[in-house]
Design a protein around this ligand. Structure first.
Ligand SMILES: NC(=O)c1ccc[n+]([C@@H]2O[C@H](COP(=O)([O-])OP(=O)(O)OC[C@H]3O[C@@H](n4cnc5c(N)ncnc54)[C@H](OP(=O)(O)O)[C@@H]3O)[C@@H](O)[C@H]2O)c1
Length: 163
């Protein structure tokens, strides 16, 4: 199974100047717990936003059009190739597409599941998640938090399966 994992603000933004716009401890923990032990696929810019360091305990696959490699990660030249590499590395394990916007736009057409953290306030940013056609997705779970330990706005962890 291939899944998207993303945190989206109320107005659709997911980042600005190649960085995240919020720091929500609970979301970081959710991301780590959900993806640990699974392959993660990301665009070159998202890899750079992590300081060009691979996420530990996960096979990291970076997508680029360039003829180059990334320390600690496998390189793919398309989403399709990245998914094939992830399947080769990990068999039937769940595979996570973890951004950014360019990679999500392609992946939205092919993934089976969406893990969306809804950040329930607006953020100004230069990067947004593509429009989701909700007639294709069934909400299967939702866990809402009125606020985080340090984050003052509400947020919710949602999981959707493709219908
Ligand atoms: N809120 C969240 O959950 C979340 C998650 C992840 C990222 N983000 C944010 O998203 C932003 C980054 O997103 P982004 O859209 O700018 O960049 P991105 O999707 O991470 O990476 C874009 C790069 O991926 C490569 N690429 C894209 N499509 C390709 C294709 N079809 N074939 C081969 N390579 C391809 C290209 O690399 P080359 O230029 O090297 O060819 C392109 O420049 C940051 O602000 C980051 O913080 C947010």
């Amino acid at each position: 199974m291939v899944s998207i994992i993303v945190a989206i603000a109320q107005n659709g933004t997911i980042g600005d100047k190649n960085a995240l716009l919020w720091h929500i401890k609970e979301d970081m923990r959710f991301f780590r717990t959900t993806t640990s032990g699974h392959p993660v696929i990301m665009g070159r810019k998202t890899f750079e936003s992590l300081g060009s360091k691979p996420l530990p305990k996960r096979t990291n696959i970076v997508i680029t059009r360039a003829d180059r490699t990334f320390e600690g990660a496998l390189t793919a030249h398309s989403l399709e190739e990245a998914i094939a590499m992830a399947k080769e590395a990990c068999g039937d394990d769940e595979i996570f597409v973890m951004g950014g916007a360019q990679i999500y736009a392609e992946a939205l057409n092919v993934v089976d599941r969406l893990y969306i953290t809804r950040v329930e306030r607006d953020y100004e940013g230069d990067t947004s998640f593509p429009a989701i056609d909700y007639s294709q997705w069934l909400l299967i779970s939702e866990e809402r938090h009125e606020r985080g330990e340090e984050f003052e706005s509400p947020f919710a962890f949602q999981i959707y399966n493709r219908i």
